[in-house]
Design a protein around this ligand. Sequence first.
Ligand code: ATP
Ligand code: MG
Length: 437
Amino acid sequence: MAQVVLENVYKSFPTRHNERVTPVVAQSSLLAPIDAPSVVEKETQEPKQTVSVLRNINLSVADGEFMVLVGPSGCGKSTLLRLIAGLEKISGGNVWVGDRLVNELPPKARDIAMVFQNYALYPHMTVYDNLAFGLRRTLRSDKQRTPSLDNLLVRVTRGLPKQLRYTTARERAVDDRVRNVAQLLQIEALLNRLPKQLSGGQKQRVALGRAIARNPQVFLMDEPLSNLDAKLRAETRAQIVKLQRQLGTTTVYVTHDQTEAMTMGDRIAVMNQGQIQQVAPPLELYNRPATRFVAEFIGSPPMNFLPVQFHAPLSITHPQFRCTLPDRWANVLQNYDQQTLILGIRPEHFHLSTPAPENLLVQIDLVEALGNDTYLAVSFVKQGIQPSLIATTATNTLQVRIPPDQKVSIGEQLWLSLSLDKLHFFEYESGKAIWSD
Ligand SMILES: Nc1ncnc2c1ncn2[C@@H]1O[C@H](COP(=O)(O)OP(=O)(O)OP(=O)(O)O)[C@@H](O)[C@H]1O
Ligand SMILES: [Mg+2]
């Protein structure tokens, strides 16, 4: 097992005009296991124009840790994973696996197994052989060149019924491992099938099995559950977490599903536009987001944001309400006197209340009753306030959670109070969080 450390990693791709002659290694390797031979890159002679995809990535994944990378589509998650795997060359910085600097090492020398979203199983091989494939290569390249007597016995007994055939020590080791892994993932009954005879969930488990069978130092998983239906997804999610705990293998897991991120990761790295915004355990991200982006990305429905004016020592005003903050804000906010700040409120931190200057009068636009929770989309009721002031709010719609037994209907007006001890503040321009502790 090993830690994975990324130091100041950068990645740029050539732009369309002077693209590499051969498609990037990743394209072919995405369809084949990581231990398949890699395609050699050739480059054109013209000077390069590049587009920067990852910038200044620093991330340390501890030995045995389950690290989740989340972020919107296109933020660079897969690219980062492929850099660790060696399927893409880094443009700057260092990648360490254990105590080895692996920048220049080819994928197969990195002792890493990657699971892709599209399974990447060999279609012409049975499940058994898919599981055994990487293993046979690893064991062969290790030490155990089959001695000539073994070869002879294998050849002589080849025509006999299966149970009478001679098997080499290597093949017995492979068989043991394949059966262990199949048992672990409950796919023993599928070992003789071809991938086309499997459901999506079963293929997914085989792909996981193949990674596990190789017993690598690091697992890299790129949205491995995104093809599964909700139930299977939840089951497989739990299975992966359990397996990872049992095996203790350092894992980097990419998803853009925040439920997966919150439930699976020891820590989560939130990425946006090629940069890491925050790395923290799930609940810390939820309770202390470092930026407005993280606050919005983690949590569903997302946090609400309202621009407010701050007046020292502890007062905030909005065209629709005004309130006094708890004392703990006085120190950190004193530099923001008379400035606009972004107030962040999670949907569960509104409460049905009564008319008061510190409360918000809203109208219900949408009701989503999920059974265990009810979510409302509400908008401010304009109470004789200049429309221009309302228009300056970041959004006029708020997401609010209310108790499921509360009867409400569209068009109804409500007064909402805020949990004052749960408010978040962000700088208006930079979006950086201001923490009160
Ligand atoms: N081979 C490539 N050549 C040029 N640009 C690329 C290449 N591969 C990825 N990119 C660009 O790099 C950015 C990051 O892509 P990446 O696949 O890492 O995103 P992602 O976070 O995994 O997104 P998704 O959630 O949609 O899978 C994108 O803008 C993408 O267009
Ligand atoms: Mg991706």
